[in-house]
Design a protein around this ligand. Structure first.
Ligand code: ADE
Length: 351
């Protein structure tokens, strides 16, 4: 894998930290990532869209159109940015909206991109407005406009950039401004993975890690991974540790059940935070409706964490609903936690 990765984040006192990581020296989580679209499991329509767009761009010897990925964390947005750079034969520069504090941060990155390179901006909805405005001409005309001096002496100079591809990732597409959203030629939402795909990912990752996994073990792991490949890979490593220390090293169903009980992950893949969230809505707020700020305050968690990390899967499995008046817990959620529901006439007594 030839592509070079550059990461960028804001450092102390505004100093920019830049690292160059050759692909083979990056942490293990990267090595579990597929490097090509052919190796990518699931998200078939997204993969097909990208295959077509990449082949066409290569045929025309042009850079790929800018791509926006939307979806909950861990579903493959960053992985696809790596793959796009790889398939297009360019280098990948990684940054994020919050790391781009000033226009100069972005200009520094843009002016260092070569023809065909990929710039990945994670959490692009959190890019400051002043920085975002430099993105418009960069995306549309491959140029940045510098303004020298102020008032009557103001002069503008246009600096040409090499043609690059911007890959943006967001968990909240609704927070993206229309001018930015409209400048992406390709926009795809990533959905939670089905269990069959998660089983295949678990088997692939186990093979890469050199650990034996049984069919029942892979299925149990898939059921407990909240539809998310990143969680499959993280839990697989915990089960591997457990199996190597407390069992025969094989990822069996029993090893998955026992090790994930220690991790606080239940049979539906819910974590301690997921369960605390549901319990709060049911016990503190009588099942809802309740505003997210109130839930966050009770749990002493960041609202963004709840909205981006906890809620998407609970919504997907129908454990909560979001209405204009707030969040509600469903009967299925009550049953899962063995708490009586409000609809149940015994709610007050049992709850
Ligand atoms: N590892 C993490 N996500 C993956 C995916 N979608 N396909 C293959 N391996 C993966």
């Amino acid at each position: 894998m030839a592509n070079k990765i550059l990461t960028h984040s804001s450092g102390q006192e505004g100093i920019l930290a830049k690292r160059e990581l050759p692909m083979d020296e990056t942490p293990e989580i990267l090595s579990l990532r597929p490097g090509t679209l052919a190796d990518y499991i699931g998200q078939l329509e997204v993969v097909e869209t990208l295959e077509i767009a990449i082949s066409a761009a290569k045929k025309r010897a042009e850079p790929l159109d800018h791509v926006l990925f939307h979806g909950p964390p861990g579903l493959g947005k960053t992985t696809l940015a790596h793959i796009i750079a790889n398939e297009m034969g360019g280098s990948l520069t990684i940054t994020s909206g919050p790391a781009l504090e000033k226009g100069g941060d972005l200009i520094g990155i843009l002016t260092h991109l070569s023809e065909g390179d990929v710039l990945f901006v994670d959490e692009i909805h959190r890019t400051p407005k002043a920085v975002e405005e430099f993105l418009y001409p960069a995306m549309e005309d491959f140029a940045v406009d510098f303004v020298f001096d102020k008032g009557v002496h103001a002069r503008s100079h246009r600096f040409r950039l090499n043609r690059f591809t911007l890959v943006g990732a967001t968990t909240r597409v609704g927070l993206l401004s229309a001018p930015l959203r409209d400048r992406f030629g390709i926009f795809r939402s990533l959905d939670f993975y089905n269990e069959a795909d998660l089983v295949t990912i678990a088997r692939r990752s186990a093979a890469l890690l050199g650990v034996t996994i049984e069919a029942d073990g892979a299925a149990e792991l898939a059921r407990r991974s909240r539809g998310t490949p990143r969680i499959v890979n993280r839990l697989l490593k915990r089960v591997r540790d457990y199996a190597q220390v407390r069992a025969d090293g094989v990822v069996s169903q029993a090893a998955v059940v026992r090790s994930l009980a220690l991790e606080g992950v239940d049979e539906m893949g819910l974590t301690t935070l997921d369960r605390r969230y549901i319990e709060t809505v049911i016990r503190f707020y009588s099942g809802g409706p309740v505003g997210i700020e109130a839930i966050a305050a009770t749990l002493q968690e960041e609202t963004d964490t709840l909205v981006d990390v906890v809620e998407p899967y609970l919504l997907k499995i129908g454990f909560i609903t979001r209405t204009s008046s707030g969040r509600r817990a469903s009967e299925a959620a009550c049953r899962h936690l063995s708490i009586a529901c409000r609809k149940d006439p015994l709610f007050e007594r049992k709850g």
